[in-house]
Design a protein around this ligand. Structure first.
Ligand SMILES: Cc1cc2nc3c(=O)[nH]c(=O)nc-3n(C[C@H](O)[C@H](O)[C@H](O)COP(=O)(O)OP(=O)(O)OC[C@H]3O[C@@H](n4cnc5c(N)ncnc54)[C@H](O)[C@@H]3O)c2cc1C
Length: 469
């Protein structure tokens, strides 16, 4: 993201204030690399790190248009989650065995991130205190029952239903009517994590070039990418561009919907946080279609976010994604309603960012136009902080030409569905968003939503429930 106007989301600003790092030099002139990675978010950096771990002699060059962490990775909600709640979708797409493997791998990813952060002393407030899915309206109660039963039937379940009082206490709000808890979840200061990955990647010999936007890719057996001032010819090319990929390759335009997730964070008020009772470091998500997600920070703040707000026509990148949130007032209001001790206090900051929603609610990976040397991965659908570690495992295995569980997985066989073309997709998105908002307002007020609104909202659920971000 190019912050020409100087805006940086709260987390990134906080991370940059603390660190001594100099910007990595822009690419100048032609260079050669064994592997070239485009995109300096979690996916690109985990890929680089996992290549260097397995094959330290490989020359890896990473190109980032702005600075590492300027995209979704430096501005997300910091809820680190597994794919356990996606188990049924995973079974439908990939079959039972692979679904079970992916659920386990997504849980191990959380541990993998924790271990990496400890090993390299990345100071990013990583707290593995679990995840709590709550219901805040009668209609949401029991919405996780079916998937928990399936997980249990296959010995994969880590969720327990909490007594209502405990769910209310842990979530810090009287609004909670029910809750299921799993210890397999964490929270993190997301920008410190991505900046920490950048630091370790440089230490391990990855050549990072920031302020080096890729403007063209020449696909061939030895692909070449061009930036404004240089070029890289590589044996393997990894495109880790997330919501930006459709800008370089039009064939991805219908594989994702680009939609904002919006966030506010309070001032540090540890005494008020203690009054709410919100459990430290716990990720909390309610069970709406456009979920509220929140957690505390170790300096006594509460961060609250909500997905599904600003839709981009034609999967374009809108300037508003790099500005304070247009939904700041309603989010600040929701923060006060959920946590009365914070009601009426000004928030410290608001921001938003582009989320890449795939039709399945899961990312997809593959070979660009069947080229055997160009790989991509995108579509995390608001659940990417934990799973992008797997993205790194998948893309490093592909780039190293391995024959393993990752390169054999159905998840590397490209997109599993396409959205309708424009203008139908945009109009449809707004219709569904309106229906979801009316349905949620009705349920919040204890009313039965209109049948048409419920039917339209189900379309979004069918397309992969919006997890969080
Ligand atoms: C506001 C928000 C809240 C979210 N909350 C959560 C959450 O709580 N939990 C969760 O699990 N997930 C959440 N997500 C999703 C998660 O942040 C993403 O899935 C994850 O960060 C994706 O990482 P990435 O590396 O694939 O993409 P990114 O971090 O977006 O990286 C892509 C990079 O490519 C760069 N780039 C773009 N164009 C070019 C170019 N032409 N040349 C070179 N570089 C280029 C960008 O600047 C960017 O740095 C949220 C997302 C958003 C936007």
């Amino acid at each position: 993201m190019n912050s020409m106007h100087g805006f940086r989301p709260f987390w990134l600003e906080q991370a940059l204030r603390d660190e001594q790092a100099q910007p990595a030099p822009p690419l100048a002139g032609p260079v050669h690399a064994d592997v070239c990675i485009v995109g300096g978010g979690y996916t690109g950096l985990w890929t680089a790190l996992q290549i260097k771990r397995q094959a330290p002699m490989k020359e890896v060059v990473l190109l980032e248009s702005d600075i590492c962490g300027a995209g979704a990775s430096g501005r997300n909600g910091g809820c680190v989650l597994s794919w356990a709640t996606k188990f049924m979708t995973l079974c439908r797409l990939f079959g039972l065995d692979e679904a079970a493997r992916l659920v386990r791998a997504s849980e191990q990813a959380i541990d993998g991130i924790g271990a990496f952060v400890r090993e390299h002393q990345i100071d990013c407030d990583f707290r593995r205190e679990g995840v709590l899915y709550t219901a805040t309206a009668d209609a949401q109660v029991g919405s996780a029952d079916a998937v928990i039963a399936e997980l249990a039937a296959h010995d994969l379940n880590s969720y327990i239903t909490l007594p209502v009082d405990e769910a209310r206490r842990k979530s810090g709000t009287r609004r909670t009517l029910a809750g299921v808890f799993s210890p397999r979840g964490a929270t993190v200061q997301p920008a410190r994590l991505v900046r920490g990955l950048r630091r370790v990647a440089i230490e391990m010999g990855v050549r990072i070039h920031e302020h080096s936007p890729v403007v063209a890719v020449e696909p061939s057996a030895k692909p070449r990418v061009r930036t404004t001032r240089g070029s890289v010819e590589a044996d393997k090319l990894v495109l880790a561009l997330n919501a930006w990929l459709p800008q370089l390759f039009k064939e991805f335009k219908r594989t994702i919907v680009v939609v904002s997730s919006d966030m506010v964070v309070s001032e540090p008020r540890p005494e008020l946080l203690a009054q709410t009772g919100l459990a430290e470091g716990l990720a909390v998500l309610d069970s709406r279609t456009f979920v509220y997600y929140y957690h505390s920070t170790s300096d006594g703040r509460i961060m609250l976010g909500k997905g599904g707000n600003t839709f981009a026509y034609g999967a374009r990148m809108l300037p508003v994604f790099d500005q304070p949130s247009p939904y700041e007032a309603s989010l600040a209001n929701a923060l006060g309603e959920l946590f009365p001790p914070f009601a009426g206090l000004p928030v410290a900051a608001s921001w938003n960012g582009p989320s890449d929603r795939a039709t399945t609610g899961l990312p997809f990976f593959g070979r660009l136009r069947d080229h055997h040397s160009i790989f991509y991965g995108l579509g995390y659908s608001g659940n990417g902080v934990g799973p992008s570690y797997m993205g790194g495992q998948i893309l490093s295995s592909l780039a190293l030409g391995k024959d393993d569980a990752w390169t054999m997985s159905g998840i590397v066989r490209g997109p599993r569905g396409h959205f309708p073309p424009e203008p139908f997709r945009y109009v449809g998105s707004l219709l569904v968003r309106g229906a979801i908002r009316r349905k949620e307002r009705a349920q919040d007020a204890g009313r039965v939503p209109a049948a048409l609104d419920s039917a339209l909202a189900r379309l979004a659920d069918a397309a992969g429930k919006a997890d969080h971000g």
